[in-house]
Design a protein around this ligand. Structure first.
Ligand code: NOJ
Length: 562
């Protein structure tokens, strides 16, 4: 990329101050520990991100969302924060952060950081103070400490289960050595939940927002944004058997989606509005439908919410048509853009998920003994087609690092390498999420595929990844990397993020066919090739044969007669 190109991109962003960039942006998720390691300790870091910004510019993304890099004992890969306003030495320093932001902004790329307000680490000074101060103290009132049930308080205060498996309560030992109160942790025992009815907690997070806004971040991805407020009295709740652990399928849960949570985001909306440059909030709120997800993006709340109903839709034309239409309608009804996402650090990568041959509940992951292993070639075909559909949709899209290389889920990780708390809390019954978090392959020939100068990698990389390495794909115009580059370039050139979707008739039911502005998109999700209309193919996810579109393939065309 030449410097005038960089300057042009930067100008384009800064000259659109009122354009609300987040309405159409393509946002690339960086999972810092697995992106690029500059220090050689086997864990990715912020200077590693800075070193690859030109690759991301060439990919054509508008913004980066970084999963947590704040100080943390890393019990849940950084989603257990011990200090919200510092960089963990594993990832670098605040100076490294500032340098990364500056270098990204110089290239016209925005930076979104992760904010984890539902819980802290048990190593956070507030939780340590709460343990020391004892029952009834102001320190304990920042978290959800309760007396246990039973004659001697030996039973947890209610029956809630942790998302990672096992009970959501842990009993502490008081200063006198006796078993004492219990504290709530919807996730790992090392992640105590804050009490958001406490004004001190609210004020603390206002300060955290300002700290990062003052450093120039363009927005926040808000972790567990549906979980902060718990129903009064913390009533028992037994999820239905088919429910997924993040509450994606359940309408009425005492710890997910309680109405009071929205006041928190109204407050934050006002704080962001004090800053220049359209800073944005994006909710990680696992809700069952687009309508319920859209409650997080009403005009005075957040700006975006991940579209998990879309992510969770199987490779089926009728279901996809329905969730796409529902999403556009539901988000537009509150004046927000829809978002689209297929992969992230919590779900099985879509190059594997779309070709599973057995049920795989969210959060369980896939490992050596899982039934119904994905069919690799089929998964990649479908993933490329699914991405071509996603990037043609109006609104904002999220890409998870490595999907532009077509990376599959890493299935054969040795048990001894696994680190997800889900694996430990379920005694190995659920593999968890390590398989989508394996460090990226940058080079085919260097140790750790160029992830780290010493060849160290915190999770082992599959040997089959040499051919998927970034440098290999850069040389190959038929690669998945080039597919992403060309889709992103065309999306920008044709203004698809800003466009309007119109479904096209005249195709079989198992084909997705729509128009967005001048671009016609056809994805064959059926079982036989279909004829293509007359027009110029500007992107194809696989070869088209004699004017026909094979199964599990998608094309973008221009010049198709209406
Ligand atoms: C959602 C995050 O994406 C996930 O990785 C984490 O384990 C939980 N929230 C708890 O913070």
């Amino acid at each position: 990329m030449t410097s005038p190109d960089i300057a042009e991109r930067a100008d384009a962003l800064s000259s659109r101050p009122g354009a609300e960039w987040w309405r159409t942006a393509v946002i690339y998720q960086i999972y810092p520990r697995s992106f690029a390691d500059s220090s050689g300790d086997g864990i990715g870091d912020l200077p590693g991100v800075t070193a690859h910004l030109d690759d991301l510019l060439e990919l054509g993304v508008d913004a980066l969302w970084l999963s947590p890099f704040q100080r943390s004992p890393q019990k849940d890969a950084g989603y257990d924060v011990a200090d919200y306003c510092d960089v963990d030495p594993l990832f670098g320093t605040l100076a490294d952060f500032d340098e990364m932001v500056q270098a990204a902004h110089d290239r016209g790329i925005r930076i979104i950081v992760d904010l984890v307000p539902n819980h802290s680490s048990d190593q956070h000074e507030w939780f340590q103070a709460a343990l020391a101060a004892g029952p009834g103290s102001a320190e304990r009132a920042r978290y959800l400490f309760r007396e246990g049930k039973g004659e001697h308080g030996e039973l947890p205060p209610n029956n809630w289960e942790s998302v990672f498996g096992g009970p959501a309560w842990t009993r502490v030992v008081e200063a006198d050595g006796a078993p004492g109160q219990w504290y709530l942790h919807l996730f790992d025992t090392s992640q105590p939940d804050f009490d958001w009815s406490n004004e001190e907690v609210r004020e603390k997070f206002r300060g955290v927002l300002r700290f990062w806004l003052d450093r120039g971040v363009d927005g926040f991805r808000v972790d567990v944004a549906h979980g902060l407020i718990k129903a009064d009295g913390l009533p028992d709740y037994t999820p239905p058997v088919e429910a997924d652990s993040m509450g994606g399928g359940e309408p009425d849960v005492p710890y997910w989606g309680q109405p009071g949570v929205h006041d928190v985001y109204r407050d934050w909306h006002r704080i962001l509005a004090e800053y220049d440059g359209d800073r944005a909030l994006c909710a990680e709120a696992w809700r069952p439908t687009p309508d319920e997800t859209a409650l997080w993006v009403r005009p005075d709340e957040m700006h975006q919410a991940f579209n998990f109903p879309y992510l969770q839709t199987e490779w089926d034309a009728a279901h996809l048509r329905s969730v796409i239409s529902e999403s556009i309608r539901a988000f537009a009804a509150v004046g927000a853009p829809s978002t689209w996402v297929l992969s992230n650090h919590d779900v099985v990568r879509h190059a594997s998920r779309l070709a599973l041959t057995a049920e795989n509940p969210q959060g369980h992951g896939i490992g050596p003994l899982s039934p119904g292993k994905p069919i690799a070639e089929l998964g990649l075909r479908r993933a490329r087609a699914a991405t071509a559909v996603m990037l043609a949709l109006p609104g904002s899209a999220y890409i998870y690092q490595g999907e532009e290389l077509g990376l599959p889920e890493a299935i054969d990780l040795p048990d001894s390498a696994r680190q997800d708390p889900t694996w430990f809390r379920t005694g190995g019954e659920r593999y968890g999420r390590d398989g989508c978090r394996v460090p990226l392959p940058w080079s085919a020939t260097e140790p750790a595929y160029g992830f780290s100068p010493t060849g160290a990698a915190w999770l082992p990389q599959p040997s089959s990844w040499a051919t998927l390495a970034h440098e290999v794909q850069v040389q190959d115009r038929a690669s998945t990397l080039w597919l992403y580059r060309s889709l992103l370039a065309a999306r920008r050139a044709f203004g698809l993020g800003d466009g309007t979707l119109e479904w096209l008739g005249g195709y079989p039911d198992d084909v997705l066919a729509f128009r967005n502005g001048n671009v016609t998109v056809i994805a064959n999700i059926g079982s036989a090739s279909i004829p293509l209309p007359q027009g110029d193919v500007i992107a194809a996810t696989g070869p088209t044969v004699d004017g026909t579109l094979p199964v599990d393939t998608a094309v973008w065309l221009v010049g198709v007669q209406a």
